[in-house]
Ligand binder design. Structure first.
Ligand SMILES: [Zn+2]
Length: 145
């Protein structure tokens, strides 16, 4: 029973980090590639109304997934940095989604927030892996932790 719970917890930690990274990438693609697509294919201009709602949706989905991955990770590896970076990233994405800023400003802070969120979850993931490797006796658990 304990073993199964451990496996499920490990699967969730890994999946939540991946989902948070995937959401961030979805926004990066949307923010960075959509303007290019519209410039190259004028017909894609119909998608131009997408930004605001998409950012709000991404934000609302990203917050619980990111928070649960960060909290689960923190309990496991005790590293403070991934949570701090994720909080800044989410704050930037949230500001972009809610504040009704000029498009260029919104895109800039949303892209920055997404990059920070990706970095935070990669760090979280790596710290988790390090704990797992330590548990498996592959590396010393205190090494570079
Ligand atoms: Zn976007």
């Amino acid at each position: 029973m304990g073993r199964l719970r451990q496996l499920l917890a490990a699967a969730w930690r890994s999946a939540a980090d991946k989902m948070a990274i995937g959401l961030s990438f979805a926004c990066l693609v949307h923010c960075l590639l959509l303007p290019v697509a519209i410039a190259l294919i004028p017909a894609a201009g119909g998608l131009a109304g997408l930004p605001e709602e998409l950012h709000l949706m991404l934000f609302l989905v990203a917050v619980p997934i990111s928070a649960s991955a960060i909290v689960a990770g923190y309990r496991r590896h005790g590293a403070f940095l991934p949570g701090a970076i994720a909080a800044i990233g989410l704050a930037l994405i949230g500001t972009g989604a809610i504040a009704g800023l000029a498009v260029l400003v919104e895109t800039s802070i949303t892209v920055l927030g997404s990059v920070l969120l990706v970095a935070a979850h990669l760090g979280n993931w790596r710290s988790n892996s390090r704990v797992s490797l330590g548990e498996a006796g592959i590396i010393a658990s205190s090494q570079n932790a």
